[in-house]
Design a protein around this ligand. Structure first.
Ligand code: VG1
Ligand code: CO
Length: 540
């Protein structure tokens, strides 16, 4: 075993979901090693323990895994399970940590960010519950990266990641496992597979876009088994650079799917997931289900799915996610929690049994079956609900709005803004928060304006500065926050929401409906003037 001297790098602070940087940053000598050593130093249970390792297969995945295996051996891990060819989706890692009672897992992914030698890479630590390390742990890892002076590396040849089975690296046992089977087995235990198969048998047309990312093999195993025709899975071969695209399932980057679904003869059911398989979108013919609505609809219909037939204990959503789920939880008489953006904040509520379902506006939903968001799970939930209700996606969404009203909702992203300009926008809004309540803008009056602070009801930890929100007396609101997953400059996210009651007009054009709130947001923040950006880079 070698002890290698090193010095700290600046900026190894995990963001919303782990440490994300360009491949070029990660490929610098000692950069990855410092962060991995900080994980081993901060999580003592890994010594003598079982660790799960896998990633979304993007460029640099295999190089990073070889380094991590040598470091795991040198840091005394007893055993490591690695996905074949180094590939495991994020939800699969979570499922495998839980199934094999591992002490933790290391996930290599930059999720929806582009890949390739000029793209992004990422690393994230998940704990024994299968979920992203909470802030206490990520803060400890970061603190360690700032003091680090050496790391440990076993001197050993590369492990053959392509061959299933057991081997050894130093004193550490390694097992290369099938990437899909544990996850597929878990899915089968939750859903009514025969009912879903019947949909395909009866000729339901379907399109799943894997975006050349990790879910290709998972989708093939699961959907083909259910009877989906092979040509209904598009971009299903994973590529290290995602075929040059952003594996982000939104109208901009999943254009091929959106075009199919909005055609007159489009499929009945459409879906996609992201780089690491934790996000999902669902579409009906000529209808994109807003992820906030999706969470609400899954909560309202969960009892139709075998795993949740006894009902749900509660729901949680991230703060910028629309209030559609709140309306469902009220009707069901179960609590609804509002957490900061990022899956790590759901872990305590799930572990404590206070919630069954949770989700985010950014195309993430999941349940207590694992501790990550889960793209294919959400799509299977929808398929199971479509089967149980005997209605199409579009009919289910329309029926939901008729019952609960519609939370018109959209997110406008301004990507790669210069840091000082983005900070100026946030500062300008922050400076006005105290004076905004009571101010009138046309028909809207501001009821409340604040910077969101989360008090975790389970461990009493406090997380401040989780986004600025301006709430109107009408219930409409806008939220502004800086992304914690980008790698170039700053990304400003503006979230817009307006509620229309069930008796109102439920089929208005989304952006027209939100333009009033968008204009007020512009008047207050002067985002366009301060950043020089006229239009958002992406609207979802
Ligand atoms: C974004 C989303 C957030 C999500 C995070 C990780 O974070 O807004 O809801 O949890 O990505 O998703 P941010 O800080 O850029 O807004 V993923 O699919 O990258 O693991
Ligand atoms: Co993701």
């Amino acid at each position: 075993m070698a002890r290698i001297d090193t010095t700290p790098f600046e900026g190894q602070k995990p963001g919303t979901s782990g440490l994300r940087k360009t491949v070029k940053t990660f490929a610098q000598p000692h950069y990855l090693e410092n962060f991995v050593q900080a994980i081993f130093d901060s999580v003592p249970t890994l010594k003598g323990g079982l660790l799960i390792v896998g990633g979304d297969g993007r460029y640099y995945n295999d190089t990073a895994i070889q380094t991590i295996l040598r470091m795991a051996a040198a840091n005394g891990a007893a055993r490591v399970l690695v996905g074949q060819n180094g590939v495991l989706s994020t939800p699969a890692v979570s499922a495998i940590i839980r199934k094999y009672k591992a002490q933790g897992g290391i996930i290599l992914s930059a999720s929806h960010n582009p890949g390739g030698p000029n793209g992004d890479f990422g690393i994230k630590f998940n704990g024994a519950n299968g979920g992203p390390a909470p802030e206490g742990v990520t803060n400890a890892i970061y603190a360690r990266t700032q003091k680090i002076d050496h790391y440990a590396l076993e001197d050993a040849p590369d492990v053959d990641l392509s061959k299933l089975g057991a081997s050894q690296l130093g004193d550490m046992d390694i097992e290369i496992i099938d990437s899909v089977s544990d996850y597929a087995e878990l899915m089968e235990s939750l859903f009514d597979f025969p009912a879903i198969s019947k949909l395909f048998e009866d000729g339901m047309s379907f399109c799943f876009d894997a975006m050349h990312a990790v879910t290709g093999p998972y989708a093939k195993a699961i959907f083909t088994r259910l009877g989906a025709p092979e040509d209904s899975l598009i971009n299903a071969v994973p590529l290290p650079d995602f075929g040059g695209g952003h594996p982000d399932p939104n109208p901009v980057y999943a254009k091929e799917l959106f075009e199919k679904m909005f055609a007159d003869d489009g499929p009945d059911f459409g879906a996609a997931s992201d780089g690491d398989g934790d996000r999902n979108i669902v579409l009906g013919r000529k209808l994109y289900v807003s992820p906030s609505d999706s969470l609400a609809i899954l909560a309202a219909n969960a009892h139709l799915v075998p795993a949740y037939k006894n009902g749900i204990k509660g729901v949680a959503r991230s703060m910028p996610t629309s209030g559609a789920a709140d309306l469902v939880s009220k009707k069901l008489g179960v609590p609804c929690f509002e957490t900061p953006t990022g899956w790590k904040f759901f872990g305590n509520l799930l572990d404590d049994g206070q919630i069954t379902l949770c989700g985010e506006e950014s195309a993430g939903a999941s349940s207590d079956h694992i501790r990550e968001k889960d793209g294919l799970w959400a799509i299977l939930m929808w398929l199971n609900i479509v089967a149980a209700r005997g209605q199409s996606v579009t009919e289910i969404v329309q029926a939901h709005w008729k019952e609960f009203g519609r939370n018109y909702y959209s997110r406008h992203d301004f990507e790669a803004v210069e840091n000082d300009k983005a900070n100026a926008v946030m500062q300008k809004l922050t400076d006005q928060l105290a004076s905004l309540p009571g101010k009138k803008f046309g028909a809207e009056t501001i009821a409340k304006a604040d910077s969101f602070t989360y008090h975790d009801p389970v461990d009493s930890s406090v997380s401040e500065n989780q986004g600025l929100r301006v709430i109107f007396e009408s219930g409409s609101r806008f939220v502004m926050r800086l992304s914690g997953t980008g790698t170039v400059g700053a990304t400003l996210r503006l979230y817009l929401e307006k509620y229309e009651a069930a008796e109102g007009d439920l089929n208005q054009d989304l952006q027209t409906m939100l333009s009033g709130i968008a204009n007020i947001a512009e008047e207050i923040t002067t985002l366009r003037t301060l950043t020089g950006r006229q239009d958002p880079s992406a609207i979802s």
